[in-house]
Design a protein around this ligand. Structure first.
Ligand code: ZN
Length: 312
């Protein structure tokens, strides 16, 4: 399996140094440190003319200040193994990028993460940065107030913690695990269409891991709830971060113990068994009824492909 958006190298995030305020401030003001700007889910990028190559646009600290963005709230991503330089992300809103007079021009070349992943023009090592920053950006946006007392929270530890000024409650970035699974009887798989999907798009089943679940239980529980199938053996095939807003996709294969489907109409509009030939045609966009699957940047695509290649 080759999921995108996940890290390609072990990047030194220096988590043990984050609580050292002076060290973090020195990194933020170091001349060699570089910052990229993320407006909502859109990083600011540089592209060649035909857009076959896209890369993150890096700003210096003084340039970030000129854009009217707060360096003190920059998210520390880590030290780049290539040159040892500290890399940061600065999260802002789409509204600011579009409207602030000092930022409008400098931030205008921004592209949505899903589009970048689908285009395949940005190296995966950079996409991983963007996914990491987007996840953290969403978390910051939704945690400006304390969940315990309602007071304001402040950014700490290079963007890896928020602390309430009133009661001292500390909160840390969250990750929401999601199981996504190809359910098979050996020769066929279950694919489903939900209301919210584009017309004729089908995908594998998926659902959030709930408190008390392990991965295998979450696969069996969600499959039973959504399509009424009992699942025996479950195997984890791979994983990838999915920063919308901060999920971790856990790609699994589950073996069905029977074939009778009982569909939960509240979640699923339609679900059925599909043969290898049909799944292949859906992946390639050649299905007789024009049914299709999400693109190669998605875990669903990679799971179906792995099953077709008999890796699952
Ligand atoms: Zn509080």
């Amino acid at each position: 399996m080759k999921p995108t958006l996940g890290p390609t190298v072990l990047f030194d995030r220096q988590s043990e140094k984050r609580p050292d305020k002076e060290y973090m401030e020195a990194l933020i003001s170091a001349e060699s440190s570089l910052f990229f700007v993320l407006a909502g889910d859109k990083p600011v990028v540089d592209s060649n003319e035909d857009r076959t190559r896209t890369s993150i646009h890096w700003f210096t600290g003084p340039e970030v200040t000129e854009l009217g963005l707060a360096l003190g709230e920059a998210i520390f991503l880590g030290l780049d193994p290539a040159d040892g330089a500290a890399k940061f992300a600065v999260a802002t809103s789409e509204h600011y990028a579009r409207g602030a007079p000092q930022a409008r021009d400098a931030l205008k070349n921004r592209v949505e993460i899903r589009t970048l992943a689908a285009q395949g023009a940005m190296p995966q090592s950079e996409l991983a940065f963007v996914a990491q920053a987007a996840s953290l950006g969403h978390w910051h946006e939704n945690n400006r107030c304390c969940g315990r007392c309602g007071g304001s929270t402040n950014v700490k530890q290079g963007g890896w913690k928020r602390k309430c000024w009133a009661c001292g409650y500390e909160t840390f970035p969250r990750v929401d695990p999601v199981v996504i699974m190809v359910i098979t009887d050996g020769d066929n798989i279950v694919l489903a269409h939900e209301d919210r999907f584009p017309d004729k798009m089908y995908s594998t089943l998926a659902g959030y891991v709930e408190p008390g679940d392990d991965i295998e239980h979450a696969v069996r529980r969600e499959t039973k709830e959504e399509v009424g199938l009992d699942v025996g053996e479950v195997k984890l095939l791979g994983s990838q971060p999915w920063p919308f807003p901060h999920s971790l996709m856990l790609g699994c294969v589950g073996h069905a113990e029977h074939k009778e489907l009982v569909i939960d109409a509240a979640e699923i509009e339609q679900a059925a068994w599909y043969s290898r030939e049909e799944a292949q045609a859906m992946l390639e966009g050649k299905h007789a009824d024009e049914l299709w699957l999400p693109g190669p940047q998605s875990m669903a695509h990679q799971l179906v492909k792995a099953w077709l290649a008999k890796e699952a």
